[in-house]
Structures are given as structure tokens and as C-alpha cells.
Design a protein around this ligand. Sequence first.
Ligand SMILES: N[C@@H](CCC(=O)N[C@@H](CS)C(=O)NCC(=O)O)C(=O)O
Length: 239
Amino acid sequence: MAWLSAEFYFYKGSAPCRSVWMTLKLLNCEFEEKHVDLLKAENKRPWFIRMNPQHTVPTFNDHSFILWESRAIMQYLMNKYATEGTQYLYPKEPEERAKVDRMLFFDMGTLYHAIKEYFGPKIHQGMPPDQEKENLLKTSLDYLDHFLEIGGVPYLCGERITIADIAILASITELDALNYSYKCYGELFRWSERVKEGIPCYKECCIEGVEMTRARVKQLEDDLKKQMEKERKASITKK
Ligand SMILES: N[C@@H](CCC(=O)N[C@@H](CS)C(=O)NCC(=O)O)C(=O)O
């Protein structure tokens, strides 16, 4: 059966979802919002897995053409739906486009990867902070800061915002959600403020999701503390 519309499957508390959401809005695409609650494991339901066997959000169903991986979705949306007025978000000239692609790969393979690697075990398993992983995160933030400094332009790839700024801003909002300050990376911090100002739908697409993650992390930390307290009391009783 062919779908009659475009459907965007997403969870507001997911950084990769926020980047696709901002792109859809900037392109003025028409789509149906399909909320997938990861906390209720809705992404593991058979209907979702039939669509995306990797069960990740964001997933985009464009009239039966189904795609996942946020950066691939952003590139696809630009290839398909950019107009003269929005093409600047993903320039067509090979060199300009290559610069954007490079930053998208940097985001996926280095920056967002480092964020997930460092915070994942800390948040979900209550593991103590891993210094080596934090160093990798700091190194990627240093790189970003340096790229911006030597670039000497307001945005990552030039004078105008591109989907690279959108993707990387979305990753950076994860640091906002996790209360991890990046103010000491001056260029990066100023760039983040500029991009937040420069994307009209930033607040609509990011603020609620950031708050959701904050609340979730707080809840997980509280649960973990309670669990540890319970175990401590149980071990005293045994003695
Ligand atoms: N590289 C992927 C990452 C997608 C991803 O891992 N999404 C998470 C939410 S942030 C997810 O769907 N997790 C649920 C799962 O993997 O089952 C992208 O950029 O789209």
C-alpha cells in the first residue's frame, strides 16, 4: 500500500530527531508528526520494526520511501525539496557541498559519537565518569572551536547556515540537556548562540526535548541513588 503523505517519526528528547525536524521546518515541508515514545519502547513495536529494522528515530516515510539516519534524511530532504530560497542550506557546488558533508561526518563519527560514549554509561548504568571518554569529548569540542576560529566566518561552512550547523547544533543541545558547559570553548559557544538565534524554529524544535532529557536524567539519577541506598541498608541488615 502506498502512503499518501510524508510522515516524520520522532522523539523530541532525541538530538538527531531535532536536527531533521528543524530541516523539515526550514524547508517548509508538509508532513505528519508521528511521535514515537522511546520510553514506552514504541520503536520496538512490530509495525515500527517493519518500517525500520534498526528501530531508530528519526525515521522518515516519504510517500512509501522510508529512510532513517538523521544526516541522510537531511541530505535527502535538501536534494528533493530545496527551493532557490533554501538551497543555501546545502549548496550544490561540489567544494561547498563537500565542506558541509565533512562536518556532517565529523558530527556523526566524532562529536555526537563522543557525547553518546561519554554520557551513555554514566546515565544509563550509573557508571563513574570515564576520564578517557571525557578527554575524547573535550578533544572534539576543541576541534570544533578551532575549526570556527580558523574559518573566520559566522557559520561552520561560510557566511550562511547550512545543514551542518543544524546537525551540530542539535548535538550541542544534548550538552545543554546534560548540563555540560561548553562556555570555555569561546568560538563554539558564540557560534551556538548565533545559530540558536539564526534558526527561527530552534525553540519550537529543541527546547521541550532538552527539558525532557533533563527530567529523564534527573529521574534516572534519583532512581539510582534510591537503589544504592536500598542495597546499602540491605547489606547492613545482613551483617
Ligand atoms: N545515527 C543515528 C542515530 C539514531 C539513534 O540512535 N536514535 C536513538 C534516539 S537518539 C534511538 O532511536 N534509539 C532507540 C534504539 O536504538 O532502539 C541518526 O543520526 O539517526
